[in-house]
Design a protein around this ligand. Structure first.
Ligand code: ADP
Ligand code: ZN
Length: 622
């Protein structure tokens, strides 16, 4: 059996080995067992049920919440020669009949079904007289009322264990937290099923959080390193989405807005453009993302803060599914803290829920203000402890100094107190720095003992201090009173000298600017064998083929496969079949097309680095 599983991996999908827990899950499912699989995004969940569905008798039923996702998965499978179809509300009656006939005749390996459709009378009747290989419940956290993506139609899935007791069920999700996990087990009757948990690390994602100075200028600089890349920019409000997308277009970035206020057709069009063409940037509220399976998203940028670390991890996790380097970048300032705090505090939720939200937000703010490895903190949040720093987050790459800000905090708090807890950050900074403005004089604050006690720090540093105090709840901001800063219960121990405050020393915007070095796309593993012109030629051939079939380019070949073509330059079908992601079907369909590009390029290109730099190669292997 092991053998046939490996054969399928190789022959159909063109992969040379399994990732993480894939093999264990597949073996277990092929043998007819139920399971719950927790794997990070990009961990390779799909193969966990696709291979068993191919190997086992009958059709594998995949329950998936989003129709867009289904369409692309089915298309991806068909490209590899797997017999797949879907049943959902976008099909015409004629198409439904065709799919049903294929199911009844045993002509399908995999059938993707929307949850509400699965338990309809018509589908149940069809399935009851069909041989079933398994049920895969994708995005299984949607069954949990605790989680943030609850879908009522998922609740009905609890009926599966009674209706089809002999068909194995495999539930899959990337959402990690414990209550959600328990609820999935309970609702899907997976009590005796093993839990397969993979590590949650996404090592190819580089985490960065930058203190806000001028968000647009900062975003512009960040995007310079992502020219021609697909990415997502998240904002909190629809208005900000629209404005940011329009501004980015003026800046020459192919950006499209996406939020719940746009009509369905426009949203669909923008999503399609993002998935099907190279290098589109989507500016979106959190409404965008789930069910987007695009593997080559190179960055996720947050202009506003997510409400929790779970949400942040899920949103940033949409970058770099293909394993290539990707950025998770966020700007963050006092205003963001204030907006989110007030949203949580003014929400309609009950007290318990509110307390939970406040805790989650505090964890998120704590993450922003870290001076240590961000990945370690993220993973620790999901229960994974690491003994080493990651080397691929901003704090690892340019270590942040920590300073004793106890005295500065006392000065700030005392200034808040003496000015009557009625002023915002800018004014407090003026008083602290002893600026002789008309407003300061009008209020008589130039006569306060705190006037000018903070002249040793500049405005940027005071902004950083005030932000960090608010983020930690050592000061609070009242949004209804024009952002006036107030003391909290936690301020007093600091004021009385009973508690110390240590803070991160934020890099200055100007130095941040020099540090950012644009990275090339995609990162060539070895500059000696890399050939940008060939890469571009292969990409445009891929686009032509994809467009002729109206499918996303990545279902033809992933970037990783094209990159191997550049590095290995296969000349024969046999050489081509050795590339990652080339199974039998794709070999038959596409080998000639791409081999032709490689051959034409070799013969027409005398600036080939391999041919002009033999000494370099000999050195490498010598
Ligand atoms: P998930 O659903 O867990 O986010 P996917 O199933 O979409 O992940 O897989 C993520 C990426 O990894 C896809 O591009 C897929 O083709 C690739 N992949 C999955 N399994 C393997 C494997 N065994 N070898 C190489 N690549 C794989
Ligand atoms: Zn790190």
């Amino acid at each position: 059996m092991t053998n046939s599983v490996r054969q399928v991996l190789h022959r159909v999908f063109g992969y040379s080995g399994f990732l993480g827990q894939q093999e264990a899950v597949i073996e277990h499912t092929v043998a007819g067992g139920d399971s719950l699989v927790l794997m990070p995004t990009g961990g390779g969940k799909s193969l966990c049920y696709q291979i068993p569905a191919i190997v086992r008798d009958g059709v594998g039923i995949v329950v998936s919440p989003l129709i867009a996702l289904m369409r692309d998965q089915v298309e991806g499978l068909r490209q590899t020669g797997v017999r797949a179809a879907c049943l959902n509300s976008t099909l015409s009656y004629r198409e439904v009949l065709d799919v049903e006939a294929a199911v009844a005749a045993g002509r399908l390996d995999l059938l993707y079904v929307a949850p509400e459709r699965l338990l309809g009378e018509r589908t149940l009747e069809l399935l009851s007289r069909t041989r079933l290989a398994l049920f895969a419940i994708d995005e299984a956290h949607c069954v949990s009322q605790w989680g943030h993506d609850f879908r009522p139609e998922y609740l009905q899935l609890s009926a599966l264990s009674e209706l089809f007791p002999d068909v194995p069920r495999i539930a899959l999700t990337a959402t990690a937290d414990d209550p959600t996990r328990r609820e999935i087990i309970d609702r899907l009757s997976l009590r005796d099923a093993p839990l397969f948990v993979s590590g949650f690390d996404r090592p190819n994602i580089r985490y960065q959080v930058v203190p806000k100075n001028n968000a647009r200028a900062q975003l512009r600089r960040f995007l310079k390193g992502h020219h021609g890349h697909a990415g997502i920019v998240y904002c909190l409000s629809r208005r900000k989405v629209d404005e940011t997308a329009a501004w980015l277009r003026e800046e020459g970035v192919g950006a499209l807005p996406y939020h719940a206020g746009l009509d369905g057709a426009t949203r669909q069009r923008h999503q399609d453009r993002f998935v099907r063409t190279d290098g589109v940037v989507i500016v979106a509220t959190i409404a965008f993302g789930m069910g987007i399976d695009k593997p080559d998203v190179r960055f996720v940028a947050h202009l506003d803060l997510p409400k929790s670390i779970e949400a942040y991890y899920q949103e940033t996790g949409r970058a770099g599914r293909d394993g290539d380097p990707a950025d998770a970048w966020m700007v963050y300032g006092l205003q963001e803290v204030v907006t989110l705090r007030s949203m949580v505090e003014n929400s309609e939720a009950g007290e318990a829920r509110k307390r939970l939200e406040v805790r989650k937000l505090d964890a998120m703010l704590g993450y922003c203000e870290l001076a240590t490895c961000r990945r370690r903190t993220l993973l620790a949040y999901f229960g994974e402890t690491r003994s080493r720093d990651c080397g691929n987050c901003d704090n690892c790459l340019s270590p942040v100094a920590v300073w004793d800000a106890t005295e500065a905090s006392q000065k700030a708090m005392s200034c808040v107190h003496r000015t009557g807890q009625r002023f915002g950050a800018a004014y407090l900074t003026d008083v602290l720095r002893g600026r002789d403005t008309e407003r300061v004089r009008r209020f008589g604050h130039d006569r306060l003992p705190t006037f000018g006690v903070g002249a040793d720090l500049d405005a940027w540093q005071w902004r950083s201090v005030l932000r960090q105090l608010v983020a930690r709840g050592l000061l609070s901001v009242e949004i209804e009173k024009y952002g006036s800063i107030r003391l909290t219960d936690a301020s007093w121990p600091v004021l009385r000298g009973e508690a110390e405050v240590h803070m991160r020393k934020d890099g200055r915007p100007a130095t941040a600017k020099r540090k950012r070095k644009p990275r090339a796309a995609p990162p060539p593993p070895d500059p000696a064998t890399w050939d940008e012109a060939l890469w571009e030629a292969l990409r445009s051939r891929r686009t032509e083929i994809a467009q002729a079939q109206s499918v996303p380019p990545y279902v033809i070949f992933h970037d990783a496969t094209l990159r191997e073509m550049v590095e290995r330059r296969p000349r024969t079908r046999e050489g081509f079949s050795g590339l990652t992601g080339v199974g039998e079907t794709k070999l038959r369909r596409y080998a000639d097309d791409f081999l032709a590009v490689i051959t034409a390029h070799q013969s027409g290109d005398n600036a080939n680095p391999i041919e002009t730099e033999p000494s370099r190669l000999i050195e490498d292997f010598g």
